[in-house]
Design a protein around this ligand. Structure first.
Ligand SMILES: Nc1ncnc2c1ncn2[C@@H]1O[C@H](COP(=O)(O)OP(=O)(O)OP(=O)(O)O)[C@@H](O)[C@H]1O
Ligand SMILES: [Mg+2]
Length: 570
């Protein structure tokens, strides 16, 4: 530390005395002790110097010509800026020293000449200390005023934010049970108008009160524990909650630990939630409409497909029917005529055993003996063939049953047999599979009231699926399709169609009835077969259609329908 700064720290003294030797003496002594000293010899000069630079203390002689010490002091004290500088009067022993005047004029202390330097220093130090402390105090006061102002402004800001906020804001302090320390409730420290409104109270009625627990118990008791958890763990929490308050019902809150309590901000999100719900509903409606559209589309495709197949089948059956009838009808008389002619030949042979040579040669050329035997056989097999064609035509007509769009009493077994007849070709051995054996296990069934052509469609779809599966792979020695029928209690019948193909993966079983679900290659399957079967059995006939399959053990489809037409829709 340099000596100048030490001196500056010790104090800045102004000496005022008209006697130069006095000045010299004091000034030297004080300078030696490290004070900063300025000396002047008159009151006027003193006032000038003071204005240039204020001293910490003034040592002021009383008796001076022109302007005495009292007057200088009074002038100083009258000046707002200078009145705080302490003035110590110096009086000579022979002076008429008036203490009252000295203090009245503003002096703080006095020293009487001749003086001891220790006394002067002691009195000076007193004043300097008081001076320093006063300055510190003033600084402190200024600091406090500034801090108070900042505090005041931030409070005003906080109040305005709280009052104008659209969100609810509150601060709560935990109220603990004295012995266990458990939180029993929360005291409202701060609540803004939005929160007060939610409580249905005035702010001033809420502050300091324990209302939170009771309030939460009425609306959502578990929220209280969550808030306690925030205070105990310091973990903040935010979530949506539902509470009916006026027109609002959905809120989002963010709560954070604050001291031994928490601060919470609550926002009304009813409008947002409503929009969300509306969107969800719209999405659901759209999904529903889409599903409906898909079903309608599937139905349209299938009915179009079936109606063209039906038309074709019915047309072909009709066209074949006439010529077949023609052949079939003429076969019997033709056989009869041939038999008559053969008899006639036999008569000729009996009465003319030796015909002319030309006839004899012809008899040998045509091998009359063989011809006679074979002709009958031939006519017989023609008869069988035409019977067969007639059967097929009948099956085709039965299968398409164009004229039977209404409920009719039907022989289910006949329907199954007709279907098998139509797809007989697919059962024959091919490059993909050996001949598929159909095992029928028919029970005693009454006539069933149903839409026969639709039911035939179902048999066709199920048997075709079984054939498709068996064409891929079959379990055991030969590919088989079993068809079982059974009469059940409560006037229902059961038809089971099973195969020993690979079966259906468990995760696919819930999807196979969906429209357009297929595992087959493009062009081989549309994925509509089972969807339509389900509609026909469940919706049209009030029945049930189940699939039961284990991979590696084949698949079984079971149809259950009532025997009387109690279908739910037509
Ligand atoms: N007997 C079965 N064995 C194994 N898988 C089967 C059987 N029946 C149906 N599936 C599976 O169910 C899927 C759906 O069958 P569905 O009859 O609805 O459609 P598809 O046969 O693929 O096409 P299509 O519309 O031509 O009938 C099939 O692709 C197949 O994966
Ligand atoms: Mg199919």
């Amino acid at each position: 530390m340099n000596p100048d700064s030490k001196r500056a720290n010790k104090g800045n003294i102004l000496l005022v005395d008209d006697l130069l030797e006095n000045l010299q003496l004091l000034s030297d002594s004080l300078l030696k002790l490290g004070y900063t000293v300025r000396s002047v010899t008159s009151g006027r000069m003193a006032l000038k110097t003071i204005k240039v630079k204020q001293p910490d203390v003034i040592l002021l002689d009383i008796k001076m010509p022109e302007m005495d010490g009292y007057e200088v002091c009074r002038i100083l004290k009258a000046d707002e800026d200078l009145r705080s500088i302490p003035v110590i009067f110096i009086s000579a022993l022979d002076d008429v020293f008036d203490k009252v005047t000295a203090f009245e004029s503003g002096g703080i202390d006095y020293i009487t000449k001749p003086f001891q330097m220790e006394e002067v220093v002691a009195r000076l130090e007193n004043q300097l200390t008081i001076q320093r402390q006063q300055r510190l105090l003033e600084q402190e006061i200024t600091n406090r005023r500034e801090a108070e102002e900042v505090l005041y402004q931030s409070r005003a800001l906080l109040a305005s934010v709280l009052n104008s906020s659209l969100d609810g804001v509150a601060a709560m302090q935990a109220v603990r049970e004295p012995t266990t320390g458990d939180i029993e409730d929360f005291r409202c420290l701060v609540v803004n108008p939005v929160i007060a409104r939610a409580f249905g109270s005035k702010r001033e009625d809420l502050i300091g009160r324990l209302v939170l627990k009771q309030f939460l118990m009425e609306i959502q008791p578990e929220l209280f524990d969550l808030l306690v958890n925030i205070v105990e763990t310091g973990e903040p929490l935010q979530q949506d909650f539902h509470y009916e308050s006026g027109e609002s019902s959905w809120f989002h809150f963010v709560a954070v630990k604050l001291g031994d309590g928490f601060a919470i901000t609550i926002r009304d999100i009813t409008a947002r939630k409503q929009a969300e719900f509306q969107l969800q509903q719209q999405a659901k409606d759209l999904e529903f409409t889409l599903r409906k559209l898909k079903r309608t589309q599937a139905q349209l495709i299938q009915s179009e497909k079936m109606s063209s197949i039906g038309n074709l089948v019915a047309g072909v059956a009709h066209e074949i029917n006439n010529p077949v009838n023609f052949i079939h009808g003429n076969l019997a008389p033709a056989t009869e005529y041939f038999q008559d002619l053969l008899y006639l030949i036999k008569l000729y042979q009996k009465h003319f055993p030796n015909p002319p040579e030309e006839i004899q040669a012809e008899i040998e050329a045509i091998n009359l003996e063989f011809l006679q035997q074979d002709l009958l056989k031939l006519l017989n097999s023609m008869q069988i063939g035409s019977d067969r064609i007639q059967e097929i035509v009948m099956s085709l007509r039965n299968f398409s049953r164009h004229d039977e769009a209404e409920l009719k009493q039907v022989d289910i077994h006949q329907g199954i047999d007709n279907t098998l007849m139509i797809i007989r070709n697919r059962l024959k051995a091919t490059a993909e599979h050996p001949e598929i054996v159909v095992i029928k296990d028919y029970g005693q069934l009454p006539l069933v009231e149903c839409y026969s052509s639709q039911l035939n469609q179902v048999f066709m779809s199920l048997i075709n699926n079984a054939i498709d599966s068996l064409s891929e792979q079959f379990i055991g020695e030969r590919p088989e399709i079993k068809i079982q029928t059974q009469f059940l209690e409560k006037n229902r019948i059961l038809i089971k169609i099973s195969d020993n193909g690979l079966g259906i993966l468990e995760e696919l079983q819930s999807k196979i009835f969906d429209p357009f679900f297929t595992t087959k290659t493009v062009g081989k399957g549309t994925g509509l077969g089972l969807f339509i079967c389900h509609q026909i059995i469940v919706d049209k006939h009030g029945g049930n259609l189940y699939c039961c399959s284990t991979v590696g053990k084949g698949a079984e489809f079971a149809i259950e329908i009532p025997i009387t037409g109690n279908s739910p829709s037509t």
